[in-house]
Write a protein that binds this ligand. Structure first.
Ligand code: DMJ
Length: 471
C-alpha cells in the first residue's frame, strides 16, 4: 500500500512540474541582463494587450482588466510607453501613439489631479519628447488645460480631484466635502508643468505648480517643517506630522529635480533649506541603520518609527543632491530590509522590527535608488543588489501571464493586480541598470517621479525664463 502511495505522489509531482513548465513559472533564472528584462517586459505587455487592452490596469491572475474610474484613461499604455520606447520596441510604442491620438480627454469623470499628472500628463510629455509628434503635444496640452481648474483655489493649492469635462473640483471625500490633500498631492507638479510650459511656450502651468510648492513651504512651522495634510481652501494644516514618506515624498523630489532641469534658483534654495531640516529632525540612526522617521512639525519630536517602501526613493534624491554618503547609508538600510523578506513590505516599524502593512505592489523605489547609486558611484555592489531584486521578484511574483502583486510578503500570497508603474518604472530601472553608460547616461536625463525620462538638453536655458515665467 505504501509503495502505491509513493508512486501516486511521484506522478502528481511530475505532473505539477510539467504544468509549471508549460505556464513558464518554473523558468526562474538568476541571470540578469537588459535583454532578459526586455523579454519579460514584452511578455507582460503582450498579456496586457491580450487581457486588458484599453483598460487602465491588467489583472494577471483573473486574466482581465480594471479601470480606475467609470471610463478608462488608458493609464497602463501611457505609463508603459517611455519604457517600451527606450527598449526599442518600436511597433508597440507606435501602437500606443495611435491609441493616444484616438483618445478624447473630454470625459465626464472626476480624476485625481496628482495621479493623472504623474502618469498621464508625464507619460504624454515623454511620448512627445521621444516621438516628436506635434499631435501628441496637443493631447498633452489638452490634458494640462483640463487639470488647471484644480489649481483655482483660494490658496493656489490644487483640489484633490477635477472633472475632466466640466472642470468641477472636488475633495477626497466627494464634492464639497473635505478639501484636504496631502503634501505630495498638493505640490508635485513642477516637473510636468514646467515641461508643459516650455513646450507650450506658456508660463501659466509652471507658475501654478510653483505657487502650490510655495504655498506648502510658506506654511512651514516655527522650526521649519511643513505638516502632512492641508485644507486647500483655508491653508490650515489638518495634521501636524511630517516625514519624507508617501504623502510627502515627491514634494521634495520635485523641488530638487525642477531646480536642476530649469536652473530655478529659488527652488534650489527651498530644497537646501528643507534638506537641512530633514537631516536635523527626521533622519536618525537606529540600531546601526539609517532611517527617516515621522516627527511632529512643531516640536521635531519623533512620533512614530515607521518607514514605507515608497521612502526608498530617497537615496536617489540624496545622491542627485550631492549627499553621496547619506545616500549610501540609507540604501544599506533598504537592502537590509529587503533581505528580511525577499521583497519590501508596504510599511515597517523599525523600532519594533515588525511589519505594519504586509502587502507589496512591485514598487520601483528601491530599484530606482540602487540604479542611481550604481550609475553615480560606479560601485558594483549596487548592481549586485539589483540582480538580487530581479531574481527575488521573479521567484515571488512571476506568473504564467506576467507578474503580480503580493498580499503579504511573509507568505507571498499572490494578489491579482499589476500596477501601471510596474511598466513605467520598475521594469525601466531594471532595464537601464543592465545597459552601458554609452547606451544611456543618467547624467543626460531627469526622471519624473513616475520614471518618465526627459533629456535635459531639450530645454534651452536661454528660452526657459520666457517660457516658464522665471525671473
Ligand atoms: C509612483 O506612482 C510614483 O513614483 C509616486 O511618486 C509614488 N510611488 C509610486 C510607485 O511606488
Amino acid at each position: 500500500m505504501r509503495s502505491v502511495w509513493i508512486v501516486v505522489l511521484f506522478v502528481l509531482f511530475v505532473l505539477s512540474c510539467k504544468e509549471e513548465e508549460a505556464n513558464g513559472a518554473s523558468s526562474v533564472s538568476s541571470d540578469f541582463s537588459s535583454e532578459l528584462v526586455k523579454a519579460e517586459t514584452l511578455r507582460s505587455w503582450k498579456a496586457y494587450k491580450e487581457y486588458a487592452w484599453g483598460d487602465d490596469v491588467l489583472l494577471p491572475l483573473s486574466k482581465g482588466g480594471f479601470n480606475w474610474y467609470e471610463e478608462s484613461l488608458g493609464i497602463s499604455p501611457i505609463d508603459a510607453y517611455s519604457t517600451l520606447s527606450l527598449m526599442g520596441l518600436k511597433e508597440e510604442a507606435a501602437e500606443i501613439e495611435e491609441y493616444v491620438l484616438a483618445k478624447n480627454w473630454d470625459q465626464d469623470i472626476s480624476v485625481q489631479v496628482f495621479e493623472v499628472n504623474i502618469r498621464i500628463l508625464g507619460g504624454l510629455l515623454a511620448m512627445y519628447q521621444m516621438s516628436g509628434r506635434e499631435e501628441i503635444l496637443a493631447s498633452a496640452i489638452d490634458m494640462g488645460n483640463r487639470l488647471m481648474p484644480a489649481f483655482r483655489s483660494p490658496t493656489g493649492l490644487p483640489y484633490h480631484s477635477v472633472n475632466l469635462q466640466s472642470g468641477q473640483t472636488s475633495g477626497n471625500l466627494g464634492e464639497g466635502l473635505g478639501n484636504i490633500v496631502n503634501v505630495a498631492q498638493a505640490a508635485s507638479y513642477l516637473v510636468e508643468f514646467g515641461i508643459l510650459s516650455y513646450y507650450a511656450k506658456d508660463p501659466q502651468y509652471y507658475q501654478a505648480a510653483k505657487k502650490a510648492t510655495r504655498a506648502i513651504h510658506e506654511r512651514r512651522s516655527e522650526i521649519g517643517l511643513p505638516g502632512d495634510y492641508i485644507n486647500v481652501e483655508t491653508g490650515k494644516w489638518t495634521n501636524d506630522w511630517h516625514y519624507i514618506q508617501a504623502g510627502v515624498d515627491s514634494y521634495y523630489e520635485y523641488m530638487l529635480k525642477a531646480s536642476i532641469l530649469f536652473g530655478d534658483l529659488e527652488l534650489r534654495q527651498i530644497w537646501e533649506e528643507s534638506y537641512l531640516k530633514i537631516k536635523e529632525y527626521i533622519e536618525e540612526d537606529y540600531s546601526g541603520r539609517r532611517f527617516y522617521a515621522c516627527v511632529n512639525m512643531h516640536s521635531g519630536e519623533i512620533v512614530k518609527r515607521s518607514v514605507s517602501l515608497y521612502d526608498a526613493f530617497f537615496p536617489a534624491v540624496q545622491i542627485l543632491a550631492g549627499d553621496t554618503a547619506s545616500a549610501e547609508m540609507n540604501m544599506q538600510s533598504w537592502d537590509w530590509l529587503w533581505d528580511q523578506y525577499g521583497l519590501l513590505p508596504t510599511r515597517y516599524l523599525y523600532d519594533k522590527d515588525s511589519v505594519e502593512y504586509a502587502n507589496s505592489e512591485l514598487n520601483p523605489e528601491i530599484i530606482e535608488s540602487a540604479y542611481y547609486l550604481h550609475q553615480m558611484t560606479g560601485e558594483e555592489d549596487y548592481l549586485t543588489m539589483i540582480k538580487k531584486y530581479w531574481k527575488d521578484i521573479n521567484v515571488c511574483c512571476r506568473d504564467s501571464v506576467a507578474f503580480h502583486a503580493i498580499h503579504d510578503v511573509r507568505d507571498m500570497r499572490p494578489k491579482d493586480y499589476l500596477a501601471t508603474y510596474f511598466f513605467a518604472e520598475t521594469l525601466k530601472y531594471f532595464y537601464l541598470a543592465g545597459l552601458e553608460k554609452s547606451d544611456f547616461d543618467i547624467e543626460d536625463y531627469i526622471f519624473s517621479t513616475e520614471a518618465h525620462p526627459f533629456r535635459k538638453d531639450a530645454f534651452e536655458p536661454s528660452l526657459i525664463p520666457e517660457y516658464l515665467g522665471l525671473e
